[in-house]
Ligand binder design. Sequence first.
Ligand code: FAD
Length: 366
Amino acid sequence: MGLAIAHQLARRGAAVQVLSRRRTEAAGFVAAGMLAPHAEGLRGDLLALGQASLARIPAWVAQIEADSGLRCGLRPCGIVVPFASTAERDAYATAAWGQALDREGLEREVPGIGPTWRAGLLFAQDGQIDNRRQLMRALERACVDLGVQFLEGSDVQALEQDHSGTLTAVRLRTAEGDNQRLATDRAVLTCGAWSAQLLPQLPIRPVKGQMLSLQGPRRALDRVIFGPGTYLVPREDGLLVVGATSEPEAGFREGLTPDGQRQLQAGLTALLPAAATWPPMERWWGFRPCTPDEGPLLGPGPIQGLWLAAGHHRNGVLLAAITAALIAAALQPGHAEVVAADPAADDDNRDWLHSFRWDRFNPAAP
Ligand SMILES: Cc1cc2nc3c(=O)[nH]c(=O)nc-3n(C[C@H](O)[C@H](O)[C@H](O)COP(=O)(O)OP(=O)(O)OC[C@H]3O[C@@H](n4cnc5c(N)ncnc54)[C@H](O)[C@@H]3O)c2cc1C
């Protein structure tokens, strides 16, 4: 979120600093990169936000690729969700957006799929992007080329406000251990799963996820397979990304666990038995930022001048395009001038910030 928003702000001519404690801990480097509002079975406003972001992704990626000179690894490859029965398939939240598959259709779309799956949904409109190896680096490059200043190793410790509740400064500790105060009246909080450490009133908690990748034959799998508890994401070069555990009880406990890795291996074997013998390349983990309704917190925060773009849980890669457009448009001083050129800056989208306001869980909130 920090990179995507910095990029959009810099494109609009703003001077931007990115304060980052540790870039490699970001879930942006952990995720599988599925662009999957339908395959994930999202509902309500979150489904609509995901669909709006999905529609923006090709143009957003083209901008990043043009600004950085690097590829992002976007693959509109479609996602297949397999089910044990047609009844389960037809009850899926987003079934209406998919193409219903019987066993024969499943075998056609996913040659070699395991025998337990009797039905499926093909979401041809969903896809993937190689966030870990390509998108994140391309975003960083684009930001640097547009003049964004990175302060890597800056651990933000507190947000200062005046007596009227307006942001006045950000206090941070540098990698060298010095304390610094950066005076500012505007900032965007994009601290992912760690956001509530800075602002305890934000309802965001970590949900740990473990991953692994395998070295598969190129084109062994064309579609993403999104099974219950495990998904397989085939990259262009044959790398197969296998995800992911969901461990809210782990808090911020770092590291792989035998149970988590066994779970991924079992899910892999059930989905694509032949892949069970492909050699593992890498294993890693990270923390999803989860809110009570699993939707993000977007828009003005509890301190005046502080904006929020956090809590994107399982869908932050998908939602980065629309989040960056919404927040950059809202922060743009000459906002009205870009309305015609930028569909994210219209009335409809002002409703997005309301739908995903941070205090929506409080029954007293308007
Ligand atoms: C296992 C797993 C699989 C996933 N798969 C997908 C997927 O397939 N598709 C999808 O759309 N999404 C997926 N996600 C979700 C997605 O990765 C997240 O929603 C998204 O990365 C959140 O972005 P963010 O910028 O809010 O947080 P992050 O990417 O976590 O970045 C937060 C950054 O804030 C920094 N930070 C935190 N506190 C401070 C502080 N006090 N001072 C300075 N810096 C600070 C951190 O160092 C970090 O760099 C997955 C996530 C996980 C963990």
